[in-house]
Design a protein around this ligand. Sequence first.
Ligand SMILES: NC(=O)c1ccc[n+]([C@@H]2O[C@H](COP(=O)([O-])OP(=O)(O)OC[C@H]3O[C@@H](n4cnc5c(N)ncnc54)[C@H](OP(=O)(O)O)[C@@H]3O)[C@@H](O)[C@H]2O)c1
Length: 313
Amino acid sequence: MKTPAAGLIRRSLLKNTVKGSTTKDTKCTKKFLNLCVSAFLFFVIFVGMNLDGCAALITGASAGIGREFARQLATRTRTLVLVARREQRLNELREELHSRNAQLSVHTRVVDLCDKIQIDDLVRWLEQNKIGIDFLINNAGLGDYGSIGTSDPAQDDRIIQVNITALTLLTRALLPQMIAKRQGAILNVSSSAGFLPIPGMGVYAASKAYVNSFSEALRAELRGSGVIVTALCPGPVHTEFGDAAKRPGGQPKTGPEFIYVSVEQTVRDALAAIESDKPLVIPGFFMKFGMFLVRATPMPILRLAWRLGARRQ
Ligand SMILES: NC(=O)c1ccc[n+]([C@@H]2O[C@H](COP(=O)([O-])OP(=O)(O)OC[C@H]3O[C@@H](n4cnc5c(N)ncnc54)[C@H](OP(=O)(O)O)[C@@H]3O)[C@@H](O)[C@H]2O)c1
């Protein structure tokens, strides 16, 4: 990395270290110092966000992964804005968080993220109350277990509104202030389902593929801006997700227990990823390994596997 800063540091180091050496020695020393300075700057520039004392907004804070984010951040942040539809759940959580940290400022906002007007109201409320968010956790999400041809179009629409539209609108609304402050972080809760098309979860998997792609593009655009973007791609986690995604009379989909990761571990890994500026985090060894294989598998092989799977049913 040849930055002006690297050159400046290298020149001042050289002045003090290479007096009296031969031209060949000087060239080697120059190269070595250049390398050291570049490596040092690389780690300084790519260090993640310190979450202590920040103001975080968490969507989908009334349950599962979002609620755990609030719990783990309660002793570290100065302000938490908790967003979801179930007001009583949010109020109970606010009480719990206050009992853990009396200094913490906790705001609850009842917002249906399917409704753009309510999203605009939330952003306006933040502005009116001068709450500058420097950590946005786009966590709210929902799915649907079943084929696309038999789905409820209203549920498909809700998945797209919450998983894609709300995430995009909130990011767009809160990003300029982070860029202006040259500090901030956006954690998009995606899913391992976003790495491949999943028959039987088609709309959900496609919505999470959007989140993965959007997060990578945003991260690339924001390189060097001081704003970090990370996508969290969990495999199965025990939350209310399965109950919310199952169809009337259906069963929540379950996988083998060994691929499940606890909600606590999922959130710990995600926060660690933000603090070390990782683009992507897949909690759990088995899911990491499994997703490595899935991402390396060419689409024709996946199509073949689906064809064989369909024949067996
Ligand atoms: N659990 C898993 O196995 C798993 C795996 C991979 C990825 N994920 C992702 O993790 C995220 C969190 O899911 P979870 O497992 O914690 O599920 P969860 O326990 O069902 O929680 C979902 C949260 O999203 C909120 N939400 C849903 N629709 C909303 C709407 N229209 N407006 C506002 N908030 C809404 C819910 O709040 P209200 O109902 O109170 O509005 C709830 O707080 C999701 O993005 C999901 O796709 C989960």
